[in-house]
Ligand binder design. Structure first.
Ligand code: ADP
Ligand code: MG
Length: 244
C-alpha cells in the first residue's frame, strides 16, 4: 500500500451581479501558490497569507496574465488524476465551498468553448488516451454513475425519472455504496457527454425549484475505469480498476 496523497487548491471567481451591484471590493490577493486575505474592517493590518498547492486567480478575465483558465485547472489537477487512474489508483476530486462559490463551474463548467470544467475535460482526455492504445493485450472499460444528495436523499441523476431516493448500504469488504444506482457503460466521449448533460439538467431543474439560501445539494460523478491485460504466456487476465 502506498500512502494517500492530497493536494489542495483554492480558486477565486469573478464577482457576480449581486456583488457588482453592491460595489464589493476584493479582499483576496494571490501570488504563486500563496493566497492572502485582508480584513476589510482593518485594512491597515498586514494581510494573512496561506500557502496551497495551487492558488487560482480567476477573478479577472483571460487577458490578465495571472488569470487561471479552466484548461489550466484541468492541466494541473485533472490530468495528474487521470495519470494516477491509469496506474490503477483510486482518485477523488472534492470541491468545497458555499453556494455560488464556483464548485459546479470548476467541476463541470459550461458548454461554451473553453468553459468546460475538470470532469468533461478529463473524460475527453480519458478516451483520447484509450484510443491511442496500440497494445492488443490491453483493453479498457469505462462505466459512469452520477448522483445527487439533496436534503439527505440520494437521487440517481442518470435515471432522473425514478423519484424514489436510493439507499446507502455498507458492503463488508467494499465499504459504503448506493444500492441500485445506475452504472452505465460508455465507449466514447460522446456517450459520456450525453449522460453528463442529462444529469446536469436533472440537477438544474431541482435548483430552480429551490430557494438560494436552502441550496444544500451535493453531486457525485463516478467513473469506474478498468484495464484488462491479457498475459499471452499464462493466458490469464489481470484487472486494474480505478474509481474517480
Ligand atoms: P456552486 O456550484 O459552488 O454553487 P457555481 O459553480 O454554480 O457555484 O457558480 C456560481 C456562478 O458563478 C455561476 O453562474 C458560474 O457560472 C459563475 N462562476 C463560478 N466560477 C466562475 C469562474 N471561475 N469564472 C466565471 N464564472 C464563474
Ligand atoms: Mg453547484
Amino acid at each position: 500500500m502506498s500512502g494517500a496523497s492530497v493536494k489542495v487548491a483554492v480558486r477565486v471567481r469573478p464577482f457576480n451581479e449581486r456583488e457588482l451591484k453592491r460595489n464589493a471590493s476584493c479582499v483576496i490577493h494571490m501570488s504563486g501558490k500563496s493566497t492572502s486575505i485582508t480584513n476589510p474592517k482593518h485594512t491597515k493590518d498586514a494581510p494573512k497569507s496561506f500557502t496551497f498547492d495551487y492558488s487560482y486567480w480567476s477573478h479577472s478575465s483571460p487577458d490578465d496574465p495571472s488569470f487561471s483558465s479552466q484548461q489550466q485547472v484541468y492541466k494541473d489537477i485533472g490530468e495528474s488524476m487521470l495519470l494516477h487512474a491509469f496506474e490503477g489508483y483510486n482518485v477523488c476530486i472534492f470541491a468545497y465551498g458555499q453556494t455560488g462559490a464556483g464548485k459546479s463551474y470548476t467541476m463541470m463548467g459550461k458548454q461554451e468553448t473553453a468553459q468546460q470544467g475538470i470532469i468533461p475535460q478529463l473524460c475527453e482526455d480519458l478516451f483520447t488516451r484509450i484510443n491511442h492504445n496500440e497494445d492488443l493485450d490491453l483493453s479498457y472499460s469505462v462505466e459512469v454513475s452520477y448522483m445527487e444528495i439533496y436534503c439527505e436523499r440520494v437521487r440517481d441523476l442518470l435515471n432522473p425519472k425514478s423519484r424514489d431516493s436510493l439507499r446507502v448500504r455498507e458492503h463488508p469488504i467494499l465499504g459504503p455504496y448506493v444500492e441500485n444506482l445506475s452504472k452505465l457503460a460508455v465507449t466514447n466521449f460522446r456517450d459520456i457527454a450525453e449522460l453528463m448533460d442529462c444529469g446536469n439538467q436533472a440537477r438544474t431543474v431541482a435548483c430552480t425549484n429551490m430557494n438560494e439560501s436552502s441550496s444544500r445539494s451535493h453531486a457525485v460523478f463516478t467513473i469506474v475505469f478498468t484495464q484488462k491485460r491479457h498475459d499471452a504466456i499464462t493466458n490469464l487476465f489481470t484487472e486494474k480498476v480505478g474509481t474517480g
